[in-house]
Design a protein around this ligand. Structure first.
Ligand SMILES: [Zn+2]
Length: 256
């Protein structure tokens, strides 16, 4: 242990030195709190950005589904167009055959063929017409969906840009706070720092609490006025009866 005033056990410190030591510790705790806040802020993507990303993904999936359906229907349409051309060709051929029949048995057979092929042509025409209507509807949906997907994408990207800009500000602030933390720590006497660390370890990194309006800001327990007076003058290290944190006097309620 060094011989400087800052390295002496805190109970040997003069009041003025103890005051400085506690003030340094208070500043150190404030920096620690901000670091922990910033680390939390940097650790997750905010919900609104996530919601916008999900919306965009959903739109993209819906668009992909519609495009796939359109392709599938177009393909069927092509096959049916070919089938219709073939059936029409056959129908013409049967009609020609009808002129060349030599007996009623052949005649009846060709008539039966003509009947069947006409039914086939008619059913293919119905299918093709229905499919054309479907395809038009799908095309309309694709156009709408494309527009919605593009709106959704730009909303998401703008939220993402904003989020990244904020993250970058947080990172810069975190770096400066980390540097600040080490500077503040150097001003706190070792013995006081050890005591603080023991408390902070057990209490979510918070070893020092502000005493604001006679209340411990960490656990909200009321502090007796004679104790508040002692805290005010930093005469010795005083801990909260309830949460055991080191108390530091703070005049007014914090606004933030
Ligand atoms: Zn407390």
């Amino acid at each position: 242990m060094g011989k400087g005033a800052l390295d002496a056990p805190f109970f040997m410190l003069t009041e003025a030195t103890l005051n400085d030591a506690l003030t340094a510790l208070k500043d150190y705790q404030i920096v620690l709190n901000r670091i922990s806040e910033l680390e939390k802020l940097l650790s997750f993507v905010p919900e609104d950005v996530q919601v916008l990303e999900n919306e965009w993904q959903t739109m993209k999936e819906r668009l992909a589904e519609l495009v796939a359906r359109h392709e599938e229907q177009s393909l069927t349409q092509k096959t049916q167009d070919t089938a219709l051309a073939e059936a029409t060709e056959k129908s013409k051929k049967f009609e020609k055959d009808l002129n060349e029949v030599t007996n009623s048995k052949e005649y009846n057979a060709v008539i039966k063929e003509i009947d069947a092929i006409r039914k086939r042509v008619s059913s293919l025409n119905d299918d093709i017409t229905k499919r054309m209507v479907d395809l038009e509807e799908i095309t309309k949906n694709i156009d709408e969906c494309k527009q919605l997907a593009s709106q959704s994408k730009s909303k998401y990207q703008s939220a993402l840009r904003k989020y990244r800009a904020t993250q970058s500000e947080f990172k810069t602030e975190l770096e400066s706070n980390v540097a600040e933390r080490d500077k503040k720590a150097a001003l706190v006497p070792e013995s006081l720092m050890r005591q603080f660390a023991r408390i902070a370890d057990r209490r979510q990194g918070i070893g020092l609490a502000l005493c604001v309006d006679s209340i411990c800001s960490a656990c909200n327990v009321h502090i007796r006025s004679n104790v508040v007076e002692m805290i005010r003058h930093n005469q010795r290290v005083i801990k909260c009866d309830s949460c055991q944190r080191i108390l530091y006097f703070h005049e007014e309620a914090l606004t933030s």
